[in-house]
Design a protein around this ligand. Structure first.
Ligand SMILES: Nc1ncnc2c1ncn2[C@@H]1O[C@H](COP(=O)(O)OP(=O)(O)OP(=O)(O)O)[C@@H](O)[C@H]1O
Length: 433
């Protein structure tokens, strides 16, 4: 990738030519301020306002793209360079194709797709820019007065709720340049682990339930139906991961699959998916970060941190609660099946993948994120019903028989059925009780 400058000093000014992208990483411990001095620019599809200061936190990785020309200033410690090579033309062409399908859906003279706009799914290995392209496509859609549904099936790096979940949100305004999309009224299902392969059957059950909830939304609201659905997936593409992609395409009834980067996956999907599904192959941007497992862990911690504490632009003030053991039931979804050879002859093994079972309260729960179920007693529906939200277990006192949890609200909702997750978060803030 050709670059025009690389720098990390405190004040840096960049002149961007047509179709150039300024890429930077906030590399120090302090924030970095971005300002558009002249021209026009966007960050992952969100318009950057002239002379407004955008403050990015440490670790942020950003691309400021211009279709025309722009003068951009960065203040703070940032590794930055300008690249003249980006796939943005191809990404906007994809958006134009989606927009064309929305127009057809909106046109009552066309019989076949009336009322239902495109359903696109983005697939590819990890770190190819799937989440970023989803954000760009959602932004371009709302900038044309559309209101699509964004679905995130990535349980490892979910951008709607905590890690270990899948979910959907209705997008009706562009993403904030720094904080991304508003997460109001999301539909969130708790899967409880970072790898879909940990419990394939449960993952598929949740895919089905979420796809039904999304379809109901697209039928309920005409504008949403026409705007369509944009689906981000996780980077697990081998073996069971490939099967999960195919299942997701079927359950969400997608009509377009955009494969980022990997040609082999593109070829395989062409053979597997039905002919009416259009499959496109797109290059990844040279700016996309290849993240180590350490960086991935950090970004997951930041996602949980954001869930409880918000962002610089929108801070939350969570509370801590002591919960006596007798006021809470902890459950787990999915247990080991009894091996066939241990069952009486002729008996079929039961499907334990989504079985809801009590989980003993013990110090093992410390630092675990637990989901809040809307049910008031142990029922099998817990496994496939959206959750209220999450708490983090800060302490488990086996002598006093109580646990201390961090909750985003100043009230801990009843009923108190907490669902175990494997996700851990070390909260080092002092929070009021
Ligand atoms: N053009 C770009 N320039 C600089 N950074 C970028 C660019 N595009 C994406 N990034 C950054 O690269 C990182 C990875 O991108 P993204 O999350 O979109 O990849 P992904 O394929 O969804 O990854 P995964 O499947 O692992 O979740 C993010 O931090 C994102 O901000």
């Amino acid at each position: 990738m050709e670059t025009t400058s690389v720098s990390s000093s405190r004040i840096q000014k960049f002149e961007l030519e047509e179709d150039n992208e300024l890429r930077f990483v906030v590399s120090g411990r302090e924030e970095v301020t971005l300002e558009l001095i002249n021209g026009s620019a966007e960050v992952f599809g969100s318009v950057v306002e002239k002379n407004k200061k955008y403050i990015f936190p440490p670790g942020a990785r950003v691309a400021v793209f211009t279709w025309k020309k722009a003068t951009v200033e960065l203040i703070g410690t940032a590794n930055a360079y300008v690249s003249p090579e980006t796939p943005m033309i191809m990404y906007i062409n994809l958006h134009a194709a989606l927009e064309q399908l929305r127009r057809i859906a909106d046109n009552p003279t066309e019989k076949d797709r009336v009322g239902q706009g495109p359903r696109i799914m983005l697939v590819g290995p990890t770190d190819v820019g799937k989440s970023t392209l989803s954000r760009i496509l959602c932004n371009y859609a709302v900038r044309q007065n559309r209101s699509p549904i964004f679905v995130d099936l990535d349980v490892g790096q979910n951008s709607i709720s905590a890690p270990g979940t899948i979910g959907a949100i209705h997008i009706n305004r562009p993403a904030d340049v720094v904080d991304g999309f508003e997460r109001t009224k999301p539909i969130v299902y708790n899967y409880g682990s970072l790898q879909p392969g940990d419990n394939n059957a449960l993952y598929e059950k949740l895919l089905i339930t979420l796809s039904q909830a999304v379809s109901a939304k697209t039928v309920e609201n005409v504008e949403t139906g026409i705007s369509g659905v944009i689906i981000n997936t996780c980077g697990w593409i081998a073996d069971g991961g490939y099967a999960a992609i195919v299942q997701a395409a079927q359950h969400f009834e997608v009509d377009i699959v955009a494969v980022l980067d990997q040609e082999r996956l593109y070829n395989e999907l062409q053979k597997t998916l039905p002919k009416f599904v259009k499959i496109v192959h797109l290059p990844k941007s040279g700016g996309v970060e290849v993240r180590s497992s350490e960086v991935r862990l950090k970004s997951r911690n930041m996602a949980v941190q954001r869930y409880f504490y918000g962002t610089r632009g929108e801070q939350y003030f969570p509370h801590q609660f002591d919960v006596p053991f007798d006021e809470v039931t902890v459950v787990k979804v999915g247990t080991e099946s009894v091996p066939e050879e241990c069952l009486p002859v002729g008996m079929k093994p039961e499907d334990y993948s989504a079985k809801v079972v009590p989980f003993p309260i013990s110090p093992e729960l410390r630092h675990h994120v637990l989901a809040l179920s809307p049910f008031d007693s142990l029922t099998q529906e817990i496994s496939t019903t959206p959750v209220f939200g999450f708490v983090v277990v800060k302490e488990v006192d086996m002598i006093e028989k109580k646990m201390t949890v961090l909750c985003p609200r100043n009230e801990l909702p009843y009923p108190r059925i907490f669902v175990y997750t494997k996700i851990e978060f070390l909260d080092d803030h002092n929070v009021p009780m």
